[in-house]
Design a protein around this ligand. Structure first.
Ligand code: DGJ
Length: 730
C-alpha cells in the first residue's frame, strides 16, 4: 500500500513537471514543441537557417517525434523550394511569392529581406526567437506565449532596426499559421454591417486568397478579426477546428491563402493597405498579438477554449473580476433628452426591478441636444444638470446602484468649443475636405497632446464623480487620415499610433481608478476584438436590440467572444424590423450575455415590472453559469425554427438551457433538445421558469438529458423558455 502511495506521488510529480513544461526544445536538431492540453505546435530551424513550421494539431508530448526542418527541392524553375518550406515568419525577399510577414524598403531602395535564425530565449511559457536578415541587422523577434490550460498560443513580433540607416516597414504581420497540408479546408468567419454584426459565413478554401480586413481605422462592423478553419465537415461538437483571433482595434488584416502546393496559410497583423512605418536606427515596431488554437471537438470546443482564454488571461482582472452586474441604460428611452428629474425617475424604477448599474447615455454634456453639436465638450450641461452630476449620482448610489456614464472621447462635432479652439486636432489632409459622418470628425489620437488631453478630461470626470463605469463609444469610420504636423514619411504612423494611444488612455484610466469599468462600444459592435478586451469589461455587441435578429448576432459573437463580455439589453417593441416579441423572449435572449435593460421604464405596465423583477432575480441566480461556464450551442437560429443554448458550470453542478421558437409551422412540435456537458451519472433537478417543460419528472439523470434530451412546449411565434438544471445527487 505504502509503495503504491509512493508510486502515485512519483506519477503526480512527473505529470506536474510535464504539465509545467509547456515549451520543449530539442537543441541538437533545433526543434521547438509548444504544448497545451488540447494541442501542440512545432517549428524548427532548417539547414539554411530559416525557421520552418513543422506541426499544428492535437497534443504531442515529445519534441523528438517531430522531424527536423529540411530544405526541399525546387520543383521547377517556376516553383522554388522556398514556396514549400513553410516559414514561420517569411521576409519578402529571395524566391518567396506567398504573403510575407515582413516587408521593408531600405534608404537606398534595397527591399530584399531573408530572415534566418539567430538565437532563442525561453522562460516558463514564453519563447522568443530572434531572426535576422542574412546581410544586415534588420531584426525580428518572434514572441510565442503558451496558455497550456486553455489550449491557446499567442504570437507577435518585434521588428527592430539595428542597422545604421533608417528603413520603412511596409508590411508587418504578427504570425503566419499553417494548416497541415491538404485540400478541402473550409473557412468560417464573421461579417456584417451596422446593426447586423457577427453573421456567420462558411465557404470552401480554394487556391488563391481571401482577405478579411478593416481599412476603417477601427475594428469595424463589416468583418471581425477572427477565423476558424476545419477540414470541411466539423460541426458544433465534432471535428478538428483551427481558430485564431487578432488583438487589434485598428486597421487589421487576415489573409487566408491556399498555395498551388496544397498549403493553407493564414497571415495576420497590421493591414498592409496604406501602411508605412519608418524605423530609425534603434527603433522598434511591435505587431498586434495573434491568438490561435486547435480544438478536436468542433466549433463549440473552439469557442469554449477562446472564452476560457479571454476570461482567464485577456480581460482585466482575469478570473478575479466580478460578474457583470445587471445594467440599465437610458439611450433608447430618452436619446439626447436627458436631465436630472428624468434620469432620477428612471433610476428609481430601475432600482425597484433589481438593476445594479445605472448608465446615463449620450446628451449630458455641452450643447449636446442632438447629434449636431457638443461632442468634445465634456462639461456637464447646466440646464440639464444645474448642480452637476453629483446629485444624480448620489440618488443612484442611495438607491443601491453604481453609476455609469457615456463618453465618446475620440470625436468632435465641428459645432463644439473644442473644435473651435483646436481645429488642427482632427485628422485631416491640409486644404482637403474634412468629411463628416453623423456630423462629427475624428480627433487625431495619434498625437500625444490629444491623447494627454483626453486622459486628463476623463481622469477629471472619474476623480470628481463616483463613476463606476464608462461606456466608451466611437461612432464613425475614419476619413482623410492625414497628420500634417509630422514629416510626410511619418504620417502613415497614424494608423498604429492612434490605436496604441487609445490603449494607453484606457490602461492609465484603469490604473488610476482601479474600480472603474469600461464598455467598448462603437455604434454597437464596431470595436469588438481581443486588443481592446485587455482594457474593457464588456462589449456592446450591436445597436440592433431587436430580439430575433439579436439571436443570430449573438450566435456569431459567441463563436469568438464569451458571454461575460456581451452586453445585451431588453428594449421596447416594436423595435427594428417593426417586430414585436414578448417581454419574456427579450429577457431570456439578453440573459445569455451580461443582462441590461434599455427600455423606457416609464411606459412599462405593472405586469411588465412584475415579469422584469422575476427575470432579473433569475438572472442573478444563473449569471455565474452563463458568464463563467461553458457554452453549448445546441440549435442554431440559422438552421432551425428553434434556437437553444446551454451554459454549464465548470464542475457540471449547474446548467441553464435557453430555448426560443421563432415561428411554428404546420403544427410541428419543437425538436427534442439534447443537452451537453453534464455528468451522465448524476441526477439533475429541473426547474422551468414557466412550466413549459414536458418532462414526466423533475429529477432526471445527466445521461437521459444528454442522450434523449428535453422536450419543451414552444408554440406559435416567438415563444421562449428557460430551464435551470441543478445536480441533485452524484
Ligand atoms: C451609439 C451606441 O451604440 C448607442 O448605444 C448610443 O450610445 C448612441 N451611440 C449614443 O449616441
Amino acid at each position: 500500500m505504502r509503495r503504491l502511495g509512493f508510486m502515485v506521488a512519483i506519477v503526480a510529480t512527473f505529470s506536474c513537471l510535464m504539465a509545467a513544461q509547456s515549451i520543449s526544445f530539442d537543441e541538437g536538431r533545433k526543434v521547438w514543441l509548444l504544448k497545451t492540453q488540447q494541442s501542440s505546435y512545432a517549428m524548427g530551424v532548417g539547414p539554411d537557417g530559416q525557421l520552418e513550421h513543422l506541426y499544428w494539431g492535437g497534443p504531442l508530448w515529445r519534441a523528438q517525434d517531430v522531424p527536423a526542418a529540411t530544405n526541399k527541392k525546387d520543383i521547377s524553375s517556376f516553383d522554388p523550394r522556398e514556396m514549400l518550406e513553410n516559414e514561420e515568419f517569411p521576409g519578402w525577399g529571395g524566391k518567396r511569392y506567398y504573403e510575407p510577414a515582413l516587408k521593408i524598403t531600405r534608404a537606398d531602395g534595397d527591399r530584399d529581406l531573408v530572415l534566418h535564425y539567430q538565437s532563442q530565449a525561453t522562460k516558463g511559457d514564453e519563447l522568443d526567437i530572434t531572426l535576422k536578415d542574412i546581410n544586415d541587422d534588420v531584426e525580428a523577434v518572434l514572441r510565442y506565449r503558451v496558455y497550456a490550460d486553455v489550449g491557446v498560443i499567442s504570437r507577435w513580433a518585434t521588428i527592430t532596426n539595428r542597422t545604421k540607416q533608417s528603413f520603412t516597414v511596409e508590411r508587418a504581420q504578427s504570425a503566419t499559421w499553417y494548416m497541415p497540408p491538404g485540400d478541402g479546408y473550409r473557412l468560417t468567419y464573421l461579417s456584417g454591417r451596422w446593426a447586423a454584426e457577427t453573421q456567420i459565413n462558411q465557404e470552401p478554401i480554394h487556391e488563391g486568397m481571401k482577405v478579411l480586413e478593416s481599412r476603417l481605422g477601427h475594428t469595424g462592423h463589416n468583418l471581425n478579426p477572427w477565423f476558424a478553419i476545419d477540414a470541411g465537415s466539423a460541426d458544433e461538437e465534432h471535428g478538428g477546428v483551427y481558430f485564431g483571433a487578432l488583438a487589434w482595434s485598428g486597421n487589421w488584416r487576415i489573409s487566408v491563402e491556399q498555395t498551388p502546393y496544397k498549403q493553407v496559410r493564414v497571415t495576420g497583423g497590421f493591414n498592409t493597405f496604406d501602411f508605412g512605418y519608418p524605423l530609425k536606427p534603434g527603433q522598434s515596431l511591435e505587431t498586434p498579438v495573434f491568438y490561435a488554437g486547435f480544438a478536436a471537438d468542433g466549433f463549440g470546443g473552439a469557442s469554449r477554449l477562446l472564452h476560457n482564454m479571454e476570461r482567464e488571461y485577456i480581460a482585466p482582472g482575469g478570473l478575479q473580476s466580478r460578474l457583470r452586474p445587471v445594467l440599465y441604460n437610458s439611450w433608447e428611452a430618452t436619446t439626447f433628452d436627458v436631465n436630472q428629474p428624468g434620469q432620477e425617475a428612471l433610476a428609481e424604477k430601475a432600482a425597484k426591478l433589481g438593476v445594479e448599474l445605472f448608465v446615463m447615455d449620450d446628451g449630458w454634456f455641452g450643447e449636446r441636444n442632438t447629434d449636431t453639436a457638443g461632442l468634445g465638450d465634456w462639461v456637464v450641461n447646466p440646464k440639464k444638470f444645474p448642480n452637476g452630476l453629483g446629485p444624480l449620482i448620489k440618488r443612484v448610489n442611495d438607491l443601491g446602484m453604481d453609476f455609469g456614464l457615456w463618453v465618446e472621447p475620440e470625436m468632435v462635432n465641428p459645432d463644439s468649443d473644442l473644435y473651435r479652439k483646436h481645429p488642427d486636432w482632427v485628422m485631416n489632409f491640409k486644404g482637403r475636405p474634412r468629411s463628416e459622418l453623423r456630423n462629427q470628425l475624428v480627433l487625431n489620437l495619434a498625437r500625444d497632446d490629444v491623447r494627454d488631453y483626453l486622459f486628463t478630461v476623463l481622469d477629471k470626470l472619474a476623480s470628481e464623480n463616483n463613476i463606476r463605469y464608462f461606456k466608451w463609444d466611437m461612432n464613425r469610420t475614419f476619413a482623410e487620415p492625414g497628420w500634417p504636423e509630422v514629416a510626410p514619411e511619418e504620417q502613415k504612423e497614424l494608423w498604429v499610433k492612434y490605436v496604441n494611444n487609445l490603449y494607453d488612455i484606457l490602461a492609465r484610466l484603469r490604473a488610476k481608478h482601479p474600480k472603474l469599468e469600461i464598455e467598448s462600444c462603437s455604434g454597437g459592435g464596431g470595436r469588438v476584438d481581443l486588443g481592446v478586451l485587455r482594457y474593457v469589461d464588456e462589449f456592446w455587441a450591436s445597436d440592433n436590440t431587436e430580439a430575433f435578429d439579436r439571436l443570430r448576432i449573438q450566435e456569431g459573437f459567441s463563436e469568438a467572444y464569451g458571454a461575460k463580455f456581451m452586453s445585451a439589453w431588453v428594449t421596447d417593441v416594436p423595435n427594428m424590423n417593426g417586430r414585436s416579441t414578448p417581454l419574456q423572449y427579450r429577457f431570456l435572449d439578453a440573459m445569455q450575455g451580461a443582462l441590461g435593460i434599455g427600455a423606457n421604464l416609464n411606459k412599462w405596465t405593472s405586469e411588465d415590472e412584475q415579469l422584469a423583477t422575476k427575470m432579473i432575480a433569475l438572472d442573478k441566480q444563473i449569471r455565474e453559469v452563463v458568464q463563467m461556464g461553458d457554452l453549448y450551442r445546441l440549435l442554431s437560429p440559422r438552421t432551425n425554427d428553434t434556437t437553444a443554448n446551454e451554459y454549464v458550470s465548470k464542475n457540471a453542478d449547474k446548467a441553464v438551457l435557453f430555448a426560443f421558437r421563432h415561428s411554428q409551422e404546420y403544427n410541428t412540435p419543437p425538436p427534442t433538445i439534447r443537452l451537453r456537458g453534464l455528468d451522465g451519472k448524476s441526477v439533475y433537478r429541473l426547474e422551468s421558469v414557466d412550466r413549459k417543460l414536458t418532462a414526466p419528472t423533475t429529477e432526471v439523470s445527466g445521461a437521459y438529458l444528454m442522450e434523449h434530451g428535453l422536450d419543451v412546449k414552444l408554440t406559435g411565434d416567438f415563444d421562449s423558455t428557460a430551464v435551470v438544471i441543478t445536480r441533485a445527487t452524484q
